[in-house]
Design a protein around this ligand. Structure first.
Ligand code: SAH
Length: 223
C-alpha cells in the first residue's frame, strides 16, 4: 500500500508549514493548536485529484455533498476550546466530535484530547474516515456510525463537544452529556450561521457568539 503520508512536493511537510504560517498571519495565536495541525497530513483525507489543493485554506468536497472543513475555522474552534485549559497536557479531555466526514478534524483532535469519540451519520463516510485514519494509528480515537444529534450516551460525559455540522438549535440532550466545566462548540443557524460556544458552569450555562461560518447542515437519522 502506498503511504500517502510520505508524499512529496505539494504534499510535503514544507507545504503544510506554509499553511500553518498563513493561519498564524490570519490571526491564529495558539501555538499548541498550530502544532497539532502541523502534525496531521491533510492531503491523505482528500481524493488524489485534490491532493495538490489540500494545504489551501479552503473547504474541499469529500463526496456525498459533504466537505472537509476549512483549516482556519477548525483552528478557531480549537483555540476557543483550549482557552483556559492551557496548562493541561491533553486540554480537550474526553471529546465528542459530531460529523467525522473524512476524519481530518478527528485526527487533529486526537493530538489535543485524551480520548476522541467521533460519530458520522453516513456509513460510507464513516468507512472512508476509518480507511484514511488507519495509517496514522491514533490509539485514542474511536469512530462510530450513528446520529450525533443524540450524542453518545455510552461514552458521556464529555469535557468537549465539537460539531462539524450546523443546526438552528443545539439538541438539548448534548448539554446533558457535557461534563461540569465542559465546553461545546457548534455552528448555529440555517442560511446564516455563527459559531456558538457553550460552557457548562456550576452557575448554569454560558453562551458566547463567535465568528460567522458556513457549515453543512446537521441531519437526523443515518444512511
Ligand atoms: N469533520 C470533518 C468535516 C465533515 S463535514 C472534517 O474533518 O473536515 C460534516 C459531517 O457531518 C458530514 O460528513 C455529515 O454527514 C455529518 N453529519 C451531519 N449530520 C450528522 C449527524 N446528525 N450525526 C453525525 N454526523 C452528521
Amino acid at each position: 500500500m502506498r503511504l500517502r503520508a510520505d508524499g512529496k512536493g505539494m504534499t510535503s511537510t514544507r507545504t503544510r508549514a506554509r499553511m500553518i504560517e498563513r493561519l498564524r498571519e490570519n490571526g491564529i495565536r495558539d501555538e499548541v493548536v498550530l502544532a497539532a495541525m502541523q502534525a496531521v497530513p491533510r492531503h491523505i483525507f482528500v481524493e488524489e485529484a485534490l491532493e495538490s489543493r489540500a494545504y489551501e485554506d479552503i473547504a474541499l468536497p469529500i463526496g456525498f455533498s459533504q466537505t472537509i472543513s476549512q483549516p482556519f475555522v477548525i483552528a478557531r474552534m480549537l483555540e476557543e476550546l483550549r482557552r483556559g485549559r492551557e496548562m493541561q497536557e491533553k486540554p480537550l479531555g474526553r471529546t465528542l466530535e459530531i460529523g467525522t466526514g473524512c476524519g481530518y478534524q478527528a485526527a487533529v483532535l486526537a493530538q489535543l484530547a485524551q480520548e476522541v469519540y467521533s460519530i458520522e451519520r453516513i456509513a460510507a463516510l464513516a468507512d472512508l474516515a476509518r480507511k484514511n485514519l488507519r495509517e496514522l494509528r491514533l490509539s485514542n480515537l474511536r469512530l462510530t456510525h450513528g446520529d450525533g444529534s443524540e450524542g453518545l450516551a455510552g461514552a458521556a460525559p464529555f469535557d468537549t463537544i465539537i460539531s462539524a455540522a450546523a443546526t438552528p438549535r443545539i439538541p438539548p440532550v448534548l448539554l446533558q452529556q457535557l461534563a461540569m466545566g465542559g465546553k461545546m462548540i457548534f455552528p448555529v443557524g440555517d442560511e446564516e450561521q455563527a459559531l456558538c460556544l457553550v460552557e457548562r458552569t456550576p452557575r448554569g450555562t454560558r453562551e458566547t457568539w463567535l465568528d460567522p461560518v458556513r457549515f453543512v447542515p446537521l441531519r437526523a437519522g443515518v444512511e
